[in-house]
Design a binder for this molecule. Structure first.
Ligand code: ATR
Length: 280
């Protein structure tokens, strides 16, 4: 029987997830499907009721449903439940029907991308800056703390949100405004942009990259375009950079394994296939 998976979002039209999963289904010769389904916030409870029939092995949840999906799942992955956002669902047989198991693989994808593109990345990092305090910042800041980074400053346009996120997650995190950049940049070895700045070639107004030490690694989770103005500026300054496409590819790995039983590989071939669909 064909095993079915899905990605839901609103809008869902531009999601690259179907391309990624279909690439792997073909590569491993698996009898499976992965479809993008447009689901509005109003329709989300009905979609979750449909899931409980067992029609799908599982699927992905993207913007704007991750927080609501967290609330609607029956069982949560203990390692990522503190993120209060679910992007991967697996249907588990239980009781009379099926139980919804929710996890967050953005957390894993962020680190797996750095491990692949910048091996040993966490080695010399004593202090990191996370730009942004939204859902993506939550996963990134938590994974930095989980990877032993001693100090992470969350800097956000709205400083209150950064402070709140740091307090909620606890650990070696502090939150403040982007105005603190000049103070913190000179002692930072890792910068992660988790804001939407970069999309459509937008840039930060005031972020002086010349203040960063020469060994600093700059990474962006935005991948449209692949070379965001932040990464272009960092490279011009001679800094190491890692783009955001790898996080998208790696976050898909645990879901595919859950639904289709094979742990897929993020290969150069897959990367090229998805890269061809992105703006230069
Ligand atoms: P996500 O869940 O994808 O992280 P989000 O919760 O909407 O999305 O968060 C978007 C992030 O981008 C926020 O940190 C936002 O800053 P505010 O909290 O001040 O809104 C940040 N952001 C968006 N546009 C920005 C801009 N022009 N300059 C700086 N930060 C921006």
């Amino acid at each position: 029987m064909t095993r079915k998976a899905f990605v839901i979002g609103h809008p869902i039209g531009h999601s690259r997830s179907p391309l990624i999963h279909r690439h792997w289904l073909d590569a491993y010769g698996i009898d499976g499907s992965y479809e993008a389904i447009e689901v509005t916030p109003d329709d989300l409870p009905a979609f979750f009721a449909r899931l409980r029939t067992g029609e799908f092995a599982g699927g992905n949840v993207t913007v704007p449903h991750k927080e609501r999906a967290f609330e609607l799942c029956d069982v949560l992955d203990p390692e990522t439940a503190h993120l209060r956002a679910v992007n991967t669902i697996e249907l588990l047989p239980g009781g009379e029907g099926f139980l919804l198991h929710g996890s967050n693989t953005d957390f894993y994808g962020f680190v797996a991308n750095l491990d692949q593109q910048a091996p040993g990345w966490s080695g010399g990092v004593q202090s990191a800056i996370v730009l942004g305090a939204g859902g993506a910042a939550r996963a990134v800041a938590a994974s930095l703390a989980a990877n032993g980074i001693e100090r992470t400053f969350i800097l956000n346009r709205t400083p209150e949100r950064a402070g709140q996120l740091a307090r909620e997650l606890g650990g070696p995190l502090q939150g403040s405004g982007l105005a603190d950049w000049p103070l913190l940049a000179p002692t930072t070895q890792l910068v992660v942009n988790t804001t939407t700045v970069g999309m459509g070639n937008t840039g930060f107004e005031r972020l002086d990259l010349t203040l960063l030490p020469a060994e600093t690694l700059v990474t962006d989770i935005v991948y449209t375009p692949l070379q965001t103005p932040l990464l272009v500026a960092a490279r011009a300054r001679g800094l190491r950079t890692v783009d955001g496409l790898g996080m998208l590819l790696h976050q898909a790995v645990p879901g595919f394994e859950k639904w289709f039983g094979v742990r897929p590989e993020v290969t150069a071939e897959l990367r090229q296939e998805i890269e061809r669909t992105l703006a230069p």
